[in-house]
Write a protein that binds this ligand. Structure first.
Ligand code: C5P
Length: 229
Protein backbone atom coordinates (compact mmCIF):
# COMPACT_ATOMS: atom_id res chain seq x y z
CA UNK A 1 0.00 0.00 0.00
CA UNK A 2 1.53 3.28 -1.12
CA UNK A 3 1.44 6.51 0.88
CA UNK A 4 1.40 8.57 -2.33
CA UNK A 5 -1.63 10.80 -2.79
CA UNK A 6 -1.38 10.57 -6.56
CA UNK A 7 -3.75 8.55 -8.71
CA UNK A 8 -2.57 8.42 -12.31
CA UNK A 9 -5.45 8.34 -14.82
CA UNK A 10 -4.63 5.67 -17.39
CA UNK A 11 -6.57 7.33 -20.20
CA UNK A 12 -5.28 5.02 -22.92
CA UNK A 13 -7.13 2.55 -25.12
CA UNK A 14 -4.00 0.71 -26.17
CA UNK A 15 -2.66 -2.06 -23.97
CA UNK A 16 0.93 -1.59 -25.11
CA UNK A 17 0.83 2.09 -24.19
CA UNK A 18 -0.52 1.22 -20.74
CA UNK A 19 2.08 -1.43 -20.09
CA UNK A 20 4.88 0.75 -21.44
CA UNK A 21 3.81 3.47 -19.02
CA UNK A 22 3.47 1.24 -15.95
CA UNK A 23 6.84 -0.39 -16.60
CA UNK A 24 8.46 2.97 -15.92
CA UNK A 25 6.91 3.49 -12.49
CA UNK A 26 6.66 1.69 -9.14
CA UNK A 27 3.54 0.75 -7.12
CA UNK A 28 5.02 2.72 -4.21
CA UNK A 29 4.79 5.94 -6.27
CA UNK A 30 1.10 6.14 -7.15
CA UNK A 31 -2.18 4.34 -7.66
CA UNK A 32 -3.74 3.88 -11.10
CA UNK A 33 -7.18 4.86 -12.37
CA UNK A 34 -8.91 2.62 -14.90
CA UNK A 35 -11.78 4.49 -16.51
CA UNK A 36 -14.49 3.74 -19.02
CA UNK A 37 -12.24 3.85 -22.09
CA UNK A 38 -9.63 1.39 -20.88
CA UNK A 39 -12.19 -0.83 -19.15
CA UNK A 40 -14.40 -0.98 -22.24
CA UNK A 41 -11.39 -1.96 -24.31
CA UNK A 42 -9.87 -4.60 -22.02
CA UNK A 43 -12.33 -5.38 -19.21
CA UNK A 44 -11.35 -6.82 -15.84
CA UNK A 45 -8.21 -8.35 -17.33
CA UNK A 46 -6.51 -4.94 -17.37
CA UNK A 47 -7.25 -4.59 -13.65
CA UNK A 48 -5.72 -8.03 -13.02
CA UNK A 49 -2.63 -7.08 -15.05
CA UNK A 50 -2.13 -3.96 -12.94
CA UNK A 51 -2.71 -5.88 -9.71
CA UNK A 52 -0.18 -8.50 -10.85
CA UNK A 53 2.35 -5.68 -11.13
CA UNK A 54 1.58 -4.61 -7.58
CA UNK A 55 -0.51 -1.50 -8.28
CA UNK A 56 -3.69 -0.50 -6.45
CA UNK A 57 -6.53 0.43 -8.79
CA UNK A 58 -9.30 3.01 -8.72
CA UNK A 59 -12.04 1.54 -10.93
CA UNK A 60 -13.65 4.72 -12.26
CA UNK A 61 -16.85 3.39 -13.83
CA UNK A 62 -19.22 5.83 -12.08
CA UNK A 63 -22.06 3.36 -11.58
CA UNK A 64 -25.53 4.92 -11.92
CA UNK A 65 -28.37 2.45 -12.14
CA UNK A 66 -31.16 0.88 -10.11
CA UNK A 67 -30.02 -0.02 -6.57
CA UNK A 68 -29.95 -3.78 -7.13
CA UNK A 69 -27.81 -3.48 -10.27
CA UNK A 70 -25.37 -1.13 -8.57
CA UNK A 71 -25.21 -3.46 -5.57
CA UNK A 72 -24.25 -6.39 -7.79
CA UNK A 73 -21.76 -4.39 -9.87
CA UNK A 74 -20.00 -3.21 -6.72
CA UNK A 75 -19.86 -6.75 -5.35
CA UNK A 76 -18.05 -7.79 -8.54
CA UNK A 77 -15.69 -4.80 -8.36
CA UNK A 78 -14.91 -5.60 -4.73
CA UNK A 79 -14.21 -9.21 -5.63
CA UNK A 80 -11.81 -7.98 -8.31
CA UNK A 81 -9.85 -6.49 -5.45
CA UNK A 82 -9.85 -2.84 -6.50
CA UNK A 83 -8.79 -0.16 -4.03
CA UNK A 84 -11.46 2.43 -4.92
CA UNK A 85 -14.75 2.37 -6.82
CA UNK A 86 -17.35 5.05 -7.54
CA UNK A 87 -21.02 5.76 -8.18
CA UNK A 88 -23.12 8.80 -9.15
CA UNK A 89 -24.67 10.43 -6.08
CA UNK A 90 -27.65 11.42 -8.23
CA UNK A 91 -28.58 7.71 -8.34
CA UNK A 92 -30.38 8.53 -5.10
CA UNK A 93 -30.38 7.55 -1.45
CA UNK A 94 -31.41 3.93 -1.87
CA UNK A 95 -28.78 3.34 -4.54
CA UNK A 96 -26.10 4.90 -2.34
CA UNK A 97 -27.14 2.82 0.66
CA UNK A 98 -27.12 -0.35 -1.47
CA UNK A 99 -23.66 0.55 -2.77
CA UNK A 100 -22.46 0.87 0.84
CA UNK A 101 -24.16 -2.43 1.68
CA UNK A 102 -22.37 -4.13 -1.23
CA UNK A 103 -19.04 -3.22 0.29
CA UNK A 104 -20.09 -4.33 3.76
CA UNK A 105 -21.15 -7.67 2.29
CA UNK A 106 -17.82 -8.14 0.45
CA UNK A 107 -14.67 -9.62 1.86
CA UNK A 108 -12.41 -7.06 0.19
CA UNK A 109 -13.63 -3.53 0.93
CA UNK A 110 -12.69 -0.83 -1.58
CA UNK A 111 -13.16 2.84 -0.76
CA UNK A 112 -16.55 3.99 -2.07
CA UNK A 113 -16.60 7.41 -3.69
CA UNK A 114 -19.49 9.39 -5.20
CA UNK A 115 -19.55 11.77 -8.14
CA UNK A 116 -21.73 14.75 -7.23
CA UNK A 117 -22.14 16.94 -10.32
CA UNK A 118 -19.87 16.27 -13.28
CA UNK A 119 -17.40 19.14 -13.40
CA UNK A 120 -17.97 19.33 -17.14
CA UNK A 121 -21.52 20.65 -16.55
CA UNK A 122 -22.11 24.38 -16.75
CA UNK A 123 -24.57 26.35 -14.62
CA UNK A 124 -26.88 26.53 -17.63
CA UNK A 125 -26.77 22.76 -18.18
CA UNK A 126 -27.50 22.10 -14.51
CA UNK A 127 -30.69 24.16 -14.91
CA UNK A 128 -31.46 22.48 -18.24
CA UNK A 129 -31.48 18.99 -16.70
CA UNK A 130 -33.89 20.23 -14.07
CA UNK A 131 -31.91 20.92 -10.91
CA UNK A 132 -33.33 23.90 -9.05
CA UNK A 133 -30.21 24.60 -6.96
CA UNK A 134 -27.12 26.31 -8.31
CA UNK A 135 -24.22 24.12 -9.34
CA UNK A 136 -22.32 24.77 -6.11
CA UNK A 137 -25.36 24.24 -3.90
CA UNK A 138 -26.26 21.03 -5.68
CA UNK A 139 -22.68 19.76 -5.35
CA UNK A 140 -22.68 20.40 -1.59
CA UNK A 141 -26.16 18.95 -1.26
CA UNK A 142 -25.17 15.70 -3.00
CA UNK A 143 -21.94 15.53 -0.98
CA UNK A 144 -24.01 15.74 2.23
CA UNK A 145 -26.42 13.09 0.96
CA UNK A 146 -23.48 10.82 0.10
CA UNK A 147 -21.95 11.35 3.52
CA UNK A 148 -25.28 10.57 5.19
CA UNK A 149 -25.44 7.31 3.21
CA UNK A 150 -22.04 6.18 4.44
CA UNK A 151 -20.05 6.94 1.27
CA UNK A 152 -16.33 7.51 1.96
CA UNK A 153 -15.91 10.67 -0.10
CA UNK A 154 -16.52 12.47 -3.38
CA UNK A 155 -14.80 13.31 -6.62
CA UNK A 156 -14.68 17.10 -6.82
CA UNK A 157 -12.66 20.08 -7.93
CA UNK A 158 -9.88 20.97 -5.49
CA UNK A 159 -11.62 24.37 -5.32
CA UNK A 160 -14.54 22.62 -3.55
CA UNK A 161 -12.58 20.44 -1.10
CA UNK A 162 -12.72 22.84 1.84
CA UNK A 163 -16.44 23.61 1.53
CA UNK A 164 -17.31 19.92 1.14
CA UNK A 165 -15.35 18.95 4.24
CA UNK A 166 -16.93 21.84 6.20
CA UNK A 167 -20.38 20.64 5.17
CA UNK A 168 -19.70 16.97 5.91
CA UNK A 169 -16.69 15.88 7.93
CA UNK A 170 -12.94 16.53 7.73
CA UNK A 171 -12.47 12.81 7.20
CA UNK A 172 -14.86 12.70 4.21
CA UNK A 173 -12.43 12.11 1.34
CA UNK A 174 -12.04 14.50 -1.58
CA UNK A 175 -10.58 13.04 -4.75
CA UNK A 176 -9.64 15.84 -7.10
CA UNK A 177 -8.98 15.88 -10.85
CA UNK A 178 -8.20 19.10 -12.73
CA UNK A 179 -4.59 19.16 -11.55
CA UNK A 180 -2.00 20.95 -13.67
CA UNK A 181 1.69 21.42 -12.94
CA UNK A 182 1.61 25.07 -13.93
CA UNK A 183 -0.99 27.43 -15.32
CA UNK A 184 0.46 27.30 -18.83
CA UNK A 185 -1.12 24.06 -20.09
CA UNK A 186 -4.72 23.40 -19.14
CA UNK A 187 -5.87 20.97 -21.91
CA UNK A 188 -9.66 20.85 -21.55
CA UNK A 189 -9.69 21.38 -17.78
CA UNK A 190 -11.00 24.75 -16.68
CA UNK A 191 -10.77 25.11 -12.89
CA UNK A 192 -7.27 23.85 -12.24
CA UNK A 193 -4.89 23.77 -9.28
CA UNK A 194 -1.29 22.66 -8.93
CA UNK A 195 -0.59 19.58 -6.78
CA UNK A 196 0.75 21.73 -3.95
CA UNK A 197 -2.31 24.04 -4.02
CA UNK A 198 -4.71 21.07 -4.12
CA UNK A 199 -3.12 19.40 -1.10
CA UNK A 200 -3.11 22.73 0.75
CA UNK A 201 -6.85 22.99 0.00
CA UNK A 202 -7.48 19.68 1.71
CA UNK A 203 -7.59 17.29 -1.25
CA UNK A 204 -6.93 13.72 -0.07
CA UNK A 205 -6.08 12.24 -3.47
CA UNK A 206 -5.07 13.90 -6.72
CA UNK A 207 -6.21 12.38 -10.02
CA UNK A 208 -3.59 13.32 -12.60
CA UNK A 209 -3.66 12.17 -16.21
CA UNK A 210 -1.97 13.95 -19.07
CA UNK A 211 0.51 16.03 -17.03
CA UNK A 212 2.13 12.70 -16.14
CA UNK A 213 1.18 10.29 -18.93
CA UNK A 214 2.03 12.74 -21.74
CA UNK A 215 5.18 14.07 -20.08
CA UNK A 216 8.48 13.61 -21.86
CA UNK A 217 9.70 11.63 -18.86
CA UNK A 218 6.61 10.41 -16.97
CA UNK A 219 8.54 8.67 -14.20
CA UNK A 220 10.62 11.76 -13.43
CA UNK A 221 7.51 13.95 -13.47
CA UNK A 222 5.67 11.61 -11.10
CA UNK A 223 8.64 11.58 -8.69
CA UNK A 224 8.90 15.36 -8.78
CA UNK A 225 5.19 15.76 -7.93
CA UNK A 226 5.45 13.24 -5.09
CA UNK A 227 8.37 15.19 -3.68
CA UNK A 228 6.61 18.54 -4.04
CA UNK A 229 3.68 17.36 -1.92
O1 C5P B 1 -5.51 14.33 -18.17
P1 C5P B 1 -6.23 14.86 -16.95
O2 C5P B 1 -5.28 15.17 -15.80
O3 C5P B 1 -7.14 16.01 -17.28
O4 C5P B 1 -7.12 13.65 -16.49
C1 C5P B 1 -8.04 13.79 -15.44
C2 C5P B 1 -8.79 12.51 -15.25
O5 C5P B 1 -9.79 12.75 -14.29
C3 C5P B 1 -9.50 11.99 -16.49
O6 C5P B 1 -9.51 10.57 -16.39
C4 C5P B 1 -10.90 12.53 -16.35
O7 C5P B 1 -11.86 11.73 -16.97
C5 C5P B 1 -11.07 12.49 -14.85
N1 C5P B 1 -12.07 13.40 -14.31
C6 C5P B 1 -12.06 14.77 -14.52
N2 C5P B 1 -13.02 15.56 -13.97
C7 C5P B 1 -13.97 15.02 -13.23
C8 C5P B 1 -14.01 13.65 -12.99
C9 C5P B 1 -13.03 12.87 -13.56
O8 C5P B 1 -11.18 15.28 -15.18
N3 C5P B 1 -14.86 15.79 -12.67
Amino acid sequence: MTTSKIIVALDFNDLEQVLHFVEQIQPSECRLKVGKELFTAYGPQIVRELHARGFEVFLDLKFHDIPNTVYKAIRVAADLGVWMVNVHASGGREMLVKARQAIQDSQHKPLLIAVTILTSLSDAEVVEIGYSRSLTEQTLYLAQLSYACGIDGVVCSAHESTAIKQNTNAKFLTVTPGIRLSADKTDDQTRIMTPVQAIASGADYLVIGRPITQALTPATTLRAINQSI
